[in-house]
Design a binder for this molecule. Sequence first.
Ligand SMILES: *Cc1c(COP(=O)(O)O)cnc(C)c1O
Length: 381
Amino acid sequence: MSESSPWDIPFNRPYLSGKEFLYLRQAIESGNLAGDGTFTRRCQDWLRASAGSARALLTNSCTAALEMCALLLGISPGDEVLVPSYTFVSTANAFVLRGAVPVFVDVRDDTLNLDEEKIEAAITSRTRAIAVVHYAGVGCEMDRILEIAGRRGLAVVEDDAQGVNARYRGRPLGGLGHLAAVSFHETKNLISGEGGALLVNDPRHSARAEILWQKGTDRQAFLRGEVDKYSWIDVGSSFLASELTAAFLWAQMEASAEITAARLGIFEKYQQAFAGAEANGLLRRPIVPGHCTHNGHMFYVLARDAESRTRILARLRERRIQGTFHYVPLHSSPAGRRLGRSAGPLPVTESVAARIVRLPVWVGMTEPQVGRVVEAVLSAL
Ligand SMILES: *Cc1c(COP(=O)(O)O)cnc(C)c1O
């Protein structure tokens, strides 16, 4: 596997805690391979406890969980949902699937999160919800966003794909909006290959969430003995993850404190190593506000301009180190132009998208490996 890799230092290397095979074996031997079994419940309890949510449901992906959010909020054709342009497509697609128009809002220059001060000007009589993304596991300005949403009668959905184990003013990300969606894709901090979860923080959505999750049936109530047969009672889909996914994920959840600590350690090494370059105006490092506790999901630098970014990426490639840029802004992508609209000019989004370089961060990366990455970047400035 690694012999054929073109990279000496890949961008990501999936981490295994060591218990994955054991739990997969237990799941297989239990004879319960479909969803909603013992491992699913363990994972859901962990998520509920760690985010303080009313309900947690394991899904096949964060994308699936975001689609559940759009269904739960009753998003319908013509509705508008505010989203950052600087995000992954699923933040917008989940709502577009229900006929909504994503309205793209610019991000903050420091955290690259949705700029809360640009929200009010983007709200119209059709706006139904605000979808926020905690980029790199750094929390959005949730107090301000929730205050605006409450005053204007809007729902808040957290795209918390990157935010596991991170906090905003001491409160866990994923537990702050009405609903939240988490990802366990292999590139995230905790992984199950593909996988995700819906977090329900507004308990008014709890009962319907479990029905949508179980293909539109009241199977959950039936399993609890509340009804004597289960039947089709609402829309829904097969959103739930299998026990094999949950078994793998449980091994990751058990190791989550070590995983977060290891990633934060690598993040800090990069942060220190690039302090001088930043002081000399050669690049900018990530900014984590004092009231945010992040989770080491990502380390990036912002090059001075697009040319500098191209040079850095080329140098990394020469040295067999896999660096990468990030999102093509949604407002400038083919589907975004056809299906959404911009709330106004998006200069920060465009600037950041042209200058960002993400560097390798994975559990098991050694100090010399971090050093090689740093040296390659510095040599290209
Ligand atoms: C990874 C990611 C997603 C998609 O997660 P999946 O589990 O692959 O569906 C959505 N939004 C953001 C911000 C992401 O980083």
